[in-house]
Ligand binder design. Structure first.
Ligand code: KIV
Length: 279
């Protein structure tokens, strides 16, 4: 059964209908408190498999499991009442066959209450996307840099420069034709992103793409400055919460060592304080 029922949240068709309209806003989230903070501001929230790198310290997204996605998906669902919930299919959960993809996508949606799944790959995943959509599973596609294929793409490099542009365009066209309701364009040249946005009939969601996309997404830990391991050029830091948190932790450690914490106001007396008699 669905973990949550969120009748007022937009669905895949609402997102599709935003093509060419006001830009779609989205972020990743992995926990309930973060989902609560972004619910009023985002059209959809993605439980990205980036969770493996930003919360679990994995070197790539390849080690992310279905169980991790379900655990974080349930947590995010508890924090959303307004935004749509989209969940990533982890590496190895959908590439083998359309039937494998259906089994795992259905499980992700049923156990988390997500309104759609996202999966990586263009032309090569078109048959699977069609299979899922025909069976009631809305799919957000993801082309350009697809981090689960880091070992065959030559690293986390820009995709679609020079002669590669036609391949990325063909990927975006293929997923749209297969029935995806939107497509993430990751780390593609801005002019190519604009061309894809003009040519495909579904919303493009940019990350390292172009302000001309139909929407934007960022990894929340990147834009808040929590994730320190590396900082892609496409990340705008809207806050430095990682540095602030470390300064707070250092201050706490110094207070404890100097016996400044806990102070009198943080400890309890033998007797409860007397209530003021009513006047
Ligand atoms: O896993 C992720 O966080 C993503 C995006 C940021 C698009 O796929």
């Amino acid at each position: 059964m669905s973990a949550t029922t969120r009748n007022s949240a937009p669905d895949a068709e609402d997102i599709r209908a935003r093509k060419g309209g006001a830009p779609l806003v989205s972020l990743t989230a992995y926990t309930t408190p973060m989902a609560q903070l972004m619910d009023a501001h985002c059209d959809f929230v993605l439980v990205g498999d980036s969770v493996g790198m930003v919360l679990h310290g994995l070197p790539s997204t390849l080690g992310v499991t279905m169980e991790m996605m379900i655990l974080h998906g349930k947590a995010v669902a508890r924090g959303l009442s307004r935004a749509m919930l989209v969940i990533d299919m982890p590496f190895g959960s959908y590439e083998e066959s359309p039937a494998q993809a259906f089994r795992n996508a259905a499980r992700l949606m049923a156990e988390t209450g997500a309104g759609a799944v996202k999966l990586e790959g263009g032309t090569r995943m078109a048959e699977t996307i069609r299979f899922l959509v025909d069976r009631g599973i809305p799919v957000m596609a993801h082309v350009g840099l697809t981090p689960q294929s880091v070992n065959t793409l030559g690293g986390y490099r820009v995709q679609g420069r020079a002669a590669e542009a036609e391949r990325v365009l063909a990927d975006a066209r293929a997923v749209a034709e297969a029935g995806a309701f939107s497509v993430v364009l990751e780390k593609v040249p801005a002019r190519l992103a604009d061309r894809i946005t003009a040519e495909v009939p579904i919303p493009t969601i940019g990350i390292g793409a172009s302000a001309g996309c139909d929407g934007q997404i960022l990894v929340v830990d990147d834009m808040l400055g929590f994730f320190q391991a590396f900082r892609p050029k496409f990340v705008k830091r809207y806050a430095e919460l990682g540095a602030n948190a470390e300064a707070a932790i250092a201050e706490y450690a110094a207070d404890v060592r100097a016996r400044r914490f806990p102070a009198p106001e943080h400890v309890f007396a033998d007797e409860p304080p007397k209530k003021e008699p009513p006047k």
